[in-house]
Each structure stands twice: as structure tokens, then as C-alpha cells.
Design a protein around this ligand. Structure first.
Ligand code: FES
Length: 184
């Protein structure tokens, strides 16, 4: 009790109550803010250590005859942008050719000249680009000496897994240049 005879305890209680109210308010403000920060950073954190050029299962050996013509396969892969993840999205196409019982070669179907889609010429038993007449042998090398393509078709790494699954390391390369420069 002070000189005026009033008790100081209520003002201390009031101070403590005020302090608790302020702390609770700050906590209430920080909680959604922390959630927002975590949401903003999550794509950055998710992307750490991920390989952009992983192998993708494209088909099975049984779908390719040995020494037959190349067959076109769509490459499906999981994709993610800054905020979303998508499964089995078409990301490109490849030609597969089974050269031996347990050996498959793969090429990107994109023409190295200017990016058209190369086709299979079944009669000539070779690849042919309809845009500017680049022709390629079945091993991907240029077939015509006046080919406008500055390089052979782009080969891709292949793995046979579990004795039947064909996995391809899909990659695109810059068109119009002699060197193989990965893009995307
Ligand atoms: S894009 Fe294929 S020959 Fe030009």
C-alpha cells in the first residue's frame, strides 16, 4: 500500500496482462507469416540436389524387333515449376532401335539443323528430315554429303533394367551448331 493508501498490486497485474496480450498478438501475427515464408521458400528447398537429366523409362525390349526399323516413343517425366509438381508429362520423343538382343540405341527426334522432327523413311531404311532434306543413317550419322545439319543426330544414353525395361537419359541440344550443347 502507498502513502495515499492505495494498493499497487492491481497496476502490476494490469502491466502483466498487457504484456501477455502484446506477446499473444505478436505470436498470432508471426504464425501465418512463418507459414508464408516457408511456402515461398519451399520450391527452392525442394529443388536442392535434384538431377535434371535423370533416366526415364520409355518402353520395353519386347516392343522392338532386333535389327528392325527405329520406333518413336514419347518421353513422359515428372515436371515441376516453382509451385506445382506434375506427373507423367510429355517432355519429348526419342527413336529407339534394338541393335542386338540386349542392346538398344536412342536418338532425340529433333533435327540438329533447325529443330524439325526427323522421320523414319522405311523404304530407304534411314532417317529423313522433311524440312531441309537432312538424311541420317540408322546409326544417326549424316547420310547425305550436302546435309544442312551441322552434326549427326543426337544420341541419348540408354540403360536396360530388369532385363526388359528401356530407360533413356532424355536431353535436348542446341540446334544449328556443330557441337552438342545441352539445353533445357
Ligand atoms: S530442320 Fe531438319 S534439315 Fe533443317
Amino acid at each position: 500500500m502507498d502513502k495515499s493508501g492505495q494498493n499497487k498490486a492491481p497496476s502490476r497485474r494490469g502491466f502483466m496482462l498487457g504484456l501477455m496480450t502484446v506477446c499473444t498478438g505478436i505470436l498470432a501475427l508471426l504464425t501465418p507469416l512463418m507459414g508464408s515464408i516457408a511456402f515461398v521458400l519451399s520450391p527452392v528447398l525442394r529443388g536442392r540436389g535434384k538431377s535434371k537429366t535423370g533416366f526415364v523409362k520409355v518402353g520395353v525390349l519386347a516392343s522392338l524387333p532386333v535389327e528392325g526399323l527405329p520406333r518413336k516413343f514419347t518421353v513422359l517425366a515428372d515436371k515441376e515449376d516453382a509451385w506445382n509438381r506434375y506427373s507423367n508429362v510429355p517432355t519429348g520423343s526419342v527413336y529407339l532401335r534394338r541393335t542386338r538382343e540386349n542392346k538398344v540405341i536412342a536418338f532425340n527426334i529433333i533435327c540438329p539443323h533447325a529443330g524439325c522432327f526427323v522421320q523414319v523413311d522405311a523404304l530407304a531404311k534411314q532417317f529423313s528430315c522433311p524440312c531441309h532434306n537432312s538424311q541420317f543413317k540408322l546409326d544417326g550419322s549424316r547420310a547425305n554429303t550436302d546435309s544442312p545439319s551441322p552434326r549427326d543426330m543426337d544420341p541419348l544414353k540408354v540403360e536396360i533394367r530388369n532385363d526388359e525395361e528401356i530407360w533413356v537419359q532424355y536431353q535436348r541440344f542446341k540446334p544449328g551448331v556443330a557441337g552438342r550443347i545441352p539445353i533445357g
